[in-house]
Ligand binder design. Sequence first.
Ligand code: SF4
Length: 372
Amino acid sequence: VCPTAALTGVGYISEVWDALFNPKKKVVVQVAPAVRVAIGEEFGMQPGQIVTGKLAAALRRIGFDGVFDTTFGADLTVIEEGREIMDRLKSGKNLPILTSCCPGWINFINYHFPTLKYMPSTCKSPQQMTGAIAKNYYAKKMGIDPKDMVVVSVMPCIAKKYEAALPYESTHGIPDVDYSITTRELAKMLKEGSVDLKNMPEETFDDPLGESTGAGVIFGATGGVLEAALRTVYEKYTGKTLEDVNFMAVRGTQGIREASIQINGRTVNVAALSGLGNARKVLEKIVKGEAHYDIIEIMACPSGCVNGGGQPYCHDRDEVIEQRIRGLYHIDRNQAIRKSHENPSIQKLYQEYLGEAGSHLAHELLHVESHN
Ligand code: SF4
């Protein structure tokens, strides 16, 4: 059940079909990490079965002109948020930094802890970053007028619909994401288009917004955003290679996980929280001065996006969630590149377009002044 007060999500299936049948529009799609280990359930496959390649093929079959991976945006989020983390660790100001990629959680802090609103990272979420880069960098590269581009996102989440509708425009008044649909809604569309996901061949996402790392993939599980950020922050902060990228202490399905990590002789206290009840408990302690952290990841849904309100319905929820999480970490383990800053397409994006992390253009496209 979606805990984000967004239970009655707006469906955009007919709008997406209209766009796909409109010859004047270039319609691109991005798929969130947690979708690839869950949508197979709608087609008779096991929970946690990885269908990344089949999904790319299926999306092409129903007519998308560009098939992208929100995991690319997750890697980009790590670079931008990693920069903010390092700045705040160095200055000692505005700590703890709180992650900002879950709109359900951001909604919660705005309503319930307005005095802490300076704490979340100013980064947009991977969904919004991927949309902004598609309509700016990619559109420019391909010679497409951004006004003729439609960005569709496939999310495990109902709250992502209202996030996409927030006034985040970074392309001359055009939204970063036009339509956000859920995993269940995409499954419905594929069935309407007679596309059987199970029997699709394995294909890959399109370059350059299709290349991603293991770090980006684990965004779909609670603790994954924090772990991905630590892999990058450790190397950037120390200048040393992180030999073991697995931060096991922040993994798992317990609602509150804490760890202390040594970075350049400094003890960095981190926590991964899932479920808004757990977020409330920890934030109340912070307000009272009873808890001291440097970095906190918060996800509204218990266990994170694998358990989002837009995912396939299931019995044996705990077991299904465990299997979806195992699927994501399996992808991470087998990925050639497991650190976001080593993603070649992200490196090229900065070289060709953004300059450096936190640049003026990066702020314009990828950050917000305020999450209000
Ligand atoms: Fe959406 Fe993920 Fe947040 Fe749940 S945890 S509200 S699925 S972003």
